[in-house]
Design a protein around this ligand. Structure first.
Ligand code: SF4
Ligand code: SF4
Ligand code: SF4
Length: 305
């Protein structure tokens, strides 16, 4: 336990040094616009989705999480409760009543939206989140200091924290299958979807396809591509037969979300708290929460003897 504490302490000390060496200016800066005009996205057509949850299984499998048998994902009992993505479930599918046809429910897959102007990137004071040129928003565990500001900033409540993991917990979220998509591959969920409810392609092309579907079938679709403009645009976008808000896709303005977190950060860094004091405070929070978990673990181990 002593070694672990020391290792955690060293990790944190280097984060402090790194931070105080110049991250104040990072925190003030808006993310650079490095986005490729050809960046990729996914169009989720909720009118096609059959709620098979193969995508959940494929996501877990491709990320080395314990996925179990694919058949068990076809049990629809799970839809009794609304679920959100969590630690080792980067994507989840939910079900809603269909006001237009009570026999055919509406299924909706949720995951990170891979925002074009991601609040998580903007909020992260050590640059652990990154928006990549081709659209993916990724997280670097080597940089993260566990402050969890990204969780507060995300307008879709996506990043989750491994609270159960006492040692070096991760922030988790869909990484747009970076291993695959950065090499020209297809996301695992898109690949397995049996009814083409998920379409992967250049974002501009997906918007064109979505507009065409709405135009050709105005009875089937609401005239709204969710994610085209919300929070400044997202890589993942949705078509639906009902208002997006009825599918628990949060109502957001077109304004970019980072504006909010940036102004908070600017306030903290430029006017209120000297950066070193803030990092020391964050360090205190991290240390206390880690130490609390260690003490619980020690008590459990002691009682098990
Ligand atoms: S949905 Fe949340 S976690 Fe995903 S890119 Fe946007 S702000 Fe970041
Ligand atoms: S893109 Fe990859 S990581 Fe994201 S939900 Fe699909 S399978 Fe999971
Ligand atoms: S695999 Fe496709 S059809 Fe099945 S739940 Fe996922 S998005 Fe819907």
């Amino acid at each position: 336990m002593k070694n672990i504490n020391r290792r955690n302490f060293l990790k944190f000390s280097s984060a402090l040094t790194f931070a105080s060496a110049g991250l104040t200016s990072n925190a003030k800066a808006a993310p650079n616009n490095i986005l490729s005009p050809d960046r990729m996205g996914v169009l989720v057509d909720t009118t096609h989705c059959v709620g098979c949850r193969n995508c959940e299984w494929a996501c877990k499998t491709s990320h080395g999480h314990d996925a179990g048998d694919i058949e068990k994902y076809h049990n629809r009992e799970v839809f009794k409760e609304f679920r959100r993505p969590k630690d080792h479930s980067f994507t989840v599918v939910n079900e809603f009543e269909n006001p237009k046809n009570e026999l055919i429910p509406i299924n909706v897959k949720y995951q990170c939206m891979h925002c074009d102007k991601p609040a998580c990137v903007s909020a992260c004071i050590v640059g652990a989140f990154q928006k990549n040129e081709m659209g993916q928003v990724t997280w670097d565990g080597g940089k993260c200091i566990g402050c969890r500001y990204c969780m507060v900033a995300c307008p879709f409540q996506i990043p989750t924290f491994e609270y159960e993991k006492a040692i070096e917990p991760n922030i988790n979220k869909c990484d747009f299958c970076f291993e695959r998509t950065s090499k020209g591959g297809i996301p695992a969920c898109v690949e397995i979807c049996p009814v083409e409810a998920l379409m992967f392609g250049p974002r501009t092309e997906l918007i064109r396809v979505a507009r065409q579907r709405i135009k050709r079938n105005p009875e089937r679709y609401k005239n709204h591509i969710y994610g085209e403009k919300e929070v400044g645009g997202t890589s993942w976008m949705y078509l639906s037969s009902v208002d997006a808000s009825q599918l628990k896709l949060p109502k957001h303005k077109d304004k970019t979300a980072p504006g909010v977190s940036e102004s908070i950060q600017h306030g903290i860094f430029a006017y209120f708290v000297p950066p070193l004091a803030l990092y020391a405070w964050l360090g205190g929070i991290m240390w206390i929460s880690k130490r609390r978990k260690e003490i619980i673990q020690e008590v459990v181990e002691e009682e098990a003897k």
